[in-house]
Ligand binder design. Structure first.
Ligand SMILES: *Cc1c(COP(=O)(O)O)cnc(C)c1O
Length: 237
């Protein structure tokens, strides 16, 4: 068995066990394989092993891979999960199926305006900077309702939920606390009468990475974003 196949099996088993441990079904948790820094051929191999959803962080690298794997396009789901600069938003709007990292209204508006009309609406999550995070990306929780309202009025974006990248920590209780905060924010939005729920579908909590999928699943994650545990250690040039 290849290392890739081994890793994919192992991560699926972790998802399965984590789901069982909290009384959830593993089917409700989507595995996003984060292929950033790895070549298109690795994506092709993972696809041949049944993996269909892939995440990319860097626009140029991601678009190059999408184009290189054009022959598989209809059976792949491409997710953009990295920071988006204004001058790169068009490439994202034209090439990806999902965007998890919307944290400014301006970027949402550009993605909406640049989404080609022959494609279905872009599925999007808003990235939230939950408390204690030192990273600059992610919207503050106080600004969340406003951006969600604005996105729900954008016809080429389809709001699906929230995403976060908590500070890395080995402490499972701290991991759970961050994930719980995101879950509570989604739950508030789901109940909010200030949103037009006909236009949106708040079913997605994009949280959990290689080292904290168990904590994320225990707190309700519906999509885990796993790079290292599938493709191996990244080497940045
Ligand atoms: C790189 C990355 C991941 C995957 O992280 P691993 O620890 O390698 O599993 C997940 N989400 C985002 C936003 C990333 O940038």
């Amino acid at each position: 068995m290849s290392a890739l196949q081994n890793n994919l099996n192992a991560i699926k088993e972790r998802i399965h066990q984590a789901a069982i441990a909290c009384g959830r079904s593993a089917q409700d948790i989507k595995l996003l394989a984060v292929s950033k820094t790895f070549p298109a051929e690795d994506v092709r191999d993972a696809h041949s092993l049944g993996q269909t959803c892939f995440g990319e962080n860097y626009v140029q690298e991601g678009v190059a891979k999408v184009l290189e794997l054009k022959d598989l396009r209809s059976s792949l789901e491409w997710h953009f999960i990295g920071p988006i600069q204004s001058n790169k938003s068009k490439d994202v709007a034209e090439n990806f199926d999902w965007v998890h990292s919307i944290d400014r209204i301006k970027i949402a508006q550009r993605l909406n305006d640049q989404r080609p009309s022959h494609l279905p609406p872009l599925e999007v999550c808003v990235q939230v900077n939950i408390s204690g995070e030192t990273s600059k990306s992610g919207i503050q929780p106080d600004d969340l309702l406003d951006i969600c309202q604005k996105i729900s009025d954008m016809p080429h974006l389809h709001l699906r939920g929230l995403m976060s990248i908590p500070e890395p920590t080995d402490d499972v209780q701290s991991q759970r606390k961050s994930h719980q905060q995101l879950r509570e924010l989604l739950s508030q939005l789901q109940k909010s009468t200030a949103l037009d729920h006909q236009k949106i579908q708040l079913d997605t909590l994009s949280m959990g990475m290689s080292s904290d999928i168990e904590a994320a699943i225990a707190e309700g994650s519906t999509m885990v974003r796993v790079g290292t545990a599938i493709f191996g250690k990244r080497t940045y040039l």
